[in-house]
Design a protein around this ligand. Sequence first.
Ligand code: HEM
Length: 471
Amino acid sequence: YQMLQATRHHLPPGPVPLPVIGNLLDVASRLPHRSLARLAERYGPLMTLRLGSAVVIVASSPAAAREVLRTHNGSITGRNAPDAWNGAGHAANSVFVLPPRRRRRALRRVGAEHLLSPRRLDGLHPAVRAAMLEMRRRVSESTAAPVEVGRMAFEAMADLMWRAMFSSVMDVATVGELHGVAREAVLLALTPNVSDFFPALAAFDLQGVRRGMARQMGRVYELIDQEIDKRRRGPETGGHDLLDVMLETSDQGNIDAVVMNRDTMRAFLTDLFLAAVDTIPGAIEWAMAELLQNPKTMKNLKEQLNSVLGSKTCVECSDIDDLPYLQAVVKETLRLHAVVPLVPNKVENVVEIHGHTIPKGSTVIVNLWAIHRSAEVWTDPSKFIPERFLGKEFHFQGTEDFEFMPFSAGRRICLGLPLATRMLHVLLGSLLKDFEWTLPEQVMKNGLDMSEKLGLTMSMATPLQAIVKGM
Ligand code: HEM
């Protein structure tokens, strides 16, 4: 605190904090990325806030993001776990919140080499195909009533992840149950938690958020434990899935083996599963919502799918390079509807940014949502115009100028990026090929509710329902 006082006059500008609560009222909203973007218009692309007892610096321009995610990235890669994450002791082993040290590096390495590398992902081809065919079967059986688009995508991703992690097929009842679990976890993460703003009160868990999260995590843990026990007892799968790799690593007796105990395995598999079923279906829902309101874009996209895929029903990973318009639609969706709108990192060593001192222990938030919608960078920033990405070098890994980085950048860049980019194209293309989608009449009359809901990730506040017809 003394250090903060000493550096106070070097901090970036920001609204005057009230005693005790600081600027909490300035950002108190269900959609903090929007309140923070509004404040940045007034105080600039690098601003300081006091949220309860925490000092928070917000970066809202490409230049500020470059300083955080590239120039000083080595000093800004810590994490403060939200207290909810301490439910079931998850934070101690979660790759999302572990400090940038050995345990986190080992987990990232195992994930990157054995589930998310291009070679491993190519090996997932049969599982992806099976999940897509099953999804299309369910869609074609749903012509009588509106389809909940996000739910369809959720079921497909849950199916795929279970096959990839455990080589087993999850039964329908469990998929349904996990949909409820993921929803509940999002609701809990939505709750602004007094424990996060005043860590001294965290032990009391006054709102019960940590206990609630422990129940949801506990259920996923149980299912994963069953798979681990089954594998320890039973015969090999014949294939080589992520669980095999983790169990082998834990038996090897090297540095990674120390890390790969049952608690870490269970937490890591839970993280990957929840990340996959929460982010990708959310983005698919936004993409479909935009397409349903932009008939010309929908028509262009379907024309490209038909001409490239011919009589094939599903998009495969190997088709993606031949579908530039589909890629543009996915990029524009991620630009306009940042799945993870705010990226918070903890400062581990004092750094200087644009002449300001950013103190050790403070949190730096990069507001991806604000950058992706900045009028200084984008023409008509709030309009859905996939054509802006055609013929341009905008990579999913982020751009040199830091104006487009849906998966963030630097040392904590999204671990699931290779899986996510493949599955976004495969899912969206396979939902559109040979199916005609429209909005229910009532929605057409009243307009589609595009409002956002920010929990673990940002999804549509009202789940998208659409009518489907086979072609
Ligand atoms: C549309 C899909 C997705 C988007 C837009 C997305 C975006 C992001 C962003 C912005 C971050 C924060 C990075 C940072 O702190 O700088 C992140 C972290 C992460 N994501 Fe994703 N993600 C997606 C899908 C996935 C999937 C499918 C997985 C795993 C199967 C995954 C696993 C992770 C993990 C493990 C981290 C934490 C990395 C770390 O802190 O070291 N994500 N993601």
